[in-house]
Write a protein that binds this ligand. Structure first.
Ligand SMILES: CC(C)(COP(=O)(O)OP(=O)(O)OC[C@H]1O[C@@H](n2cnc3c(N)ncnc32)[C@H](O)[C@@H]1OP(=O)(O)O)[C@@H](O)C(=O)NCCC(=O)NCCS
Length: 388
């Protein structure tokens, strides 16, 4: 019987799986036409203004808004798992100091699985335990790698501090002021989950093979690193620094668009309206800039937004204003995408748990467009490479 190898090719505009649905989720939903985002039904603006990263992590994993007592218990549980196992610290010390912190994070998370005696356990409780371990330790890994690469001693986590404040504390070696911690906390809320984004898809493809959550998270970190996904916020600050001054923004934008170059921080695969996360981040970028005594970067960003809109009618995405927020917080550029990861791990692990609860191997097909019936020429008869 002839093998059926033909696959219906994607319709125009459908390449890159645009519009394809991989499964059901109760975690978050994007209305791209109206520029709306909800986590478990709750509007992102309400969460950004009133919630905390720990609370929305609880919301994503357990499907409920916790009481104060449950939230306190949850914070304590995260706190218990923040410290690095000594072997992991030794591993971080052995890595090249000039490496990308995303690569260091990916390597450390991959190794972390080896230190979990229950790595292959599959009960819901063991999945929660892994999600807690992963989410708790991201800030510690990144802060330690940063300090080691600067020949400084890593700082132990402070059990009294939550994720955002703890990261700034371990990174800088001094406790952040309340406003800086809140600014980062809001940013973490806004980045925690976002439908079936590329890195979440990577995570669930790995989880769907019934591989463990450390492996799934390692896949996701590799995917988040790319400049078309989490890496875009670093591109934004490179652009702002290259432009240097608000007066040079328009001409720079015109040149880039004329050269058909992508401008980082604009456009989105799903939003065809203003990204609601960018609305919140713009506001906190302005507030953080005013507090720090310089709104230069956020003003340049606003100018860039206007210039891009004028020529190309593209909306900003989450990365446009997160760049000036992180820059104002004093976070070095190579740590912008890692900060995104500190937040998104809560979403990755939530999606893994959904996947494990109702699993089906994810195995799409590709549309083969190569040749057929090509003759095999034995190597002895080839005077040169034969391109087929
Ligand atoms: C995110 C992204 C990959 C979405 O891609 P997409 O929905 O497939 O959009 P397309 O690439 O099909 O873009 C449609 C049009 O807008 C243009 N466009 C999209 N994003 C652009 C950008 N950031 N700068 C300039 N032009 C852009 C495309 O070149 C294309 O123009 P054309 O119709 O003249 O060819 C894309 O917008 C991008 O690369 N953005 C920059 C990276 C970024 O900020 N990523 C973070 C996402 S949260």
């Amino acid at each position: 019987m002839a093998m059926n190898t033909t696959v219906t090719p994607p319709a125009a505009g459908q390449s890159g799986l645009r519009g394809a649905v991989v499964g059901d989720t109760r975690l978050s939903s994007i209305n791209g036409e109206e520029g709306k985002l909800i986590y478990r039904g709750i509007d992102i603006h309400d969460l950004a203004r009133h919630s905390s990263f720990e609370e929305i992590t609880y919301l994503l994993w357990f499907g409920s808004l916790p009481t104060q007592a449950h939230l306190d218990e949850f914070r304590a549980r995260l706190s218990k798992h923040r410290a690095l196992p000594p072997q992991l610290l030794a591993l971080l010390r052995d890595l090249p100091k000039q490496g990308s912190p995303m690569d260091a994070l990916r390597t450390a998370v991959s190794a972390l699985g080896l230190f979990d005696p229950d790595v292959n356990a599959t009960s819901r409780e063991s999945q929660i335990e892994k999600a807690v371990r992963l989410t708790a330790i991201f800030p510690t890994i990144l802060a330690a790698y940063h300090r080691i690469s600067k020949n400084l001693d890593p700082v132990e986590p402070d059990p009294a501090l939550d994720t955002a404040a703890n990261f700034l504390y371990m990174f800088n070696g001094e406790a952040p002021d309340a406003q800086a911690a809140r600014v980062l906390d809001v940013s973490l809320i806004l980045h925690a989950d976002h439908g079936m984004n590329a890195s979440t898809f990577s995570a669930i493809v790995t989880a769907a093979t019934l591989s463990d959550m450390y492996a799934a998270t390692t896949s996701a970190i590799g995917t988040l690193k790319g400049p078309l996904h989490g890496g875009a916020n670093e591109g934004v600050i490179h652009n702002l620094l290259e432009i240097g001054d608000i007066g040079a923004v328009d001409q720079w934008v015109e040149k880039k668009i004329a050269a058909h170059e992508k401008i980082m921080g604009f456009g989105h695969a799903v939003y065809k309206a203003y990204d609601p996360r960018a609305t919140e981040l713009k506001q906190i970028a302005l507030e953080a800039g005013s507090k720090a005594g310089s709104t230069k970067w956020v003003e340049m960003t606003e100018r860039m937004e206007q210039a891009v809109w004028k020529i190309k009618q593209l909306y900003p995405n989450v990365d446009l204003y997160s760049a000036s927020v992180y820059y104002t917080l004093g976070i070095p550029t190579p740590y912008f995408t890692p900060v995104f990861a500190i937040s998104r791990v809560s979403g990755w692990t939530a999606h893994c748990m959904e996947q494990y609860a109702d699993n089906k191997l994810i195995r799409p097909r590709a549309n083969y467009v190569g040749g057929r019936g090509v003759a095999y020429v034995p190597i002895a008869e080839r005077s040169q490479d034969i391109t087929v």
